[in-house]
Design a protein around this ligand. Structure first.
Ligand code: DX5
Ligand code: ZN
Length: 218
């Protein structure tokens, strides 16, 4: 199975986003991960749609949009207008998750559902066949540069079993504290796509670091 990598723009230099996006464009990264925060669902605010309009024009990588916001349904048209490949909403933020997933599909985007570290994967049993991707948070969402929560390995194994038992085609994505020390084990355990912010944007050579992620093996 292909090992996908989605650098998180949250750790980029916001004073020179164009330069960092150009580097990502010329790298082996598969997608560009966009973290949208509202200061309500998570205790931080990142960037909004006026900034992302320019990001989407500059990026040649498919956008993987992770919404850490309440009532994400409200912003389906805005995410669609970015040309996003994936719209990813939090399980904990959606009272009517099935309807939200349907609306994302109606907008012709892939639908992802994200679980916070405390949310058991078993809660996905009745929605797993409707989603295209499950994002497991391996830190509490809101900030880059946090320490990886090791219980994530067990969650990947349980999610893989659920996916196989149900016949779902969902990809498994992991986000938070991912680096070159744990990437190989995460892919080996069953992650299809890793998100990495700090480990890429604060490395000495982003292109080489991304190459190292793509080549990593146990
Ligand atoms: C955190 C975000 C992550 C963040 C990851 O709430 O969802 O995408 O950018 O950053 P690192 O890789 O630095 O933990
Ligand atoms: Zn994220």
């Amino acid at each position: 199975m292909e090992k996908l990598l989605s650098p998180s723009l949250l750790s980029a230099n916001f004073g020179n986003l164009g330069a960092d996006i150009a580097l990502i464009n010329s790298s082996e990264a598969d997608w560009l991960h966009i973290d949208i925060m509202d200061g309500v669902f998570v205790p931080n605010i990142s960037f909004g749609f006026p900034v992302l309009k320019y990001v989407s024009q500059l990026s040649t990588k498919p956008l993987d949009v992770h919404l850490m916001i309440v009532e994400p349904d409200k912003f389906i048209p805005e995410v669609k207008a970015l040309g996003a490949k994936i719209m990813n909403v939090h399980y904990e933020a959606c009272t009517h998750l099935h309807r939200t997933i349907q609306r994302i599909h109606d907008a012709e985007m892939l639908a992802g559902v994200t679980l916070n570290p405390h949310t058991p994967i078993e809660l996905l049993k009745d929605i797993i066949c409707d989603v295209d991707l499950v994002l497991l948070m391996s830190v509490n969402p809101g900030f880059g540069g946090q320490k990886f929560i090791t219980n994530t390995y067990d969650k990947i194994l349980r999610l893989r079993k659920l996916i196989e038992a149900s016949g779902s085609k969902a990809l498994i994505q992991v986000d938070g504290g991912v680096n070159l020390e744990n990437a190989a084990q995460l892919y080996e355990t069953g992650a299809d796509c890793l998100v990495a912010g700090n480990a890429i944007f604060n490395s000495d050579n982003m292109i080489e670091t991304i190459h190292a992620f793509k080549e990593t093996t146990i």
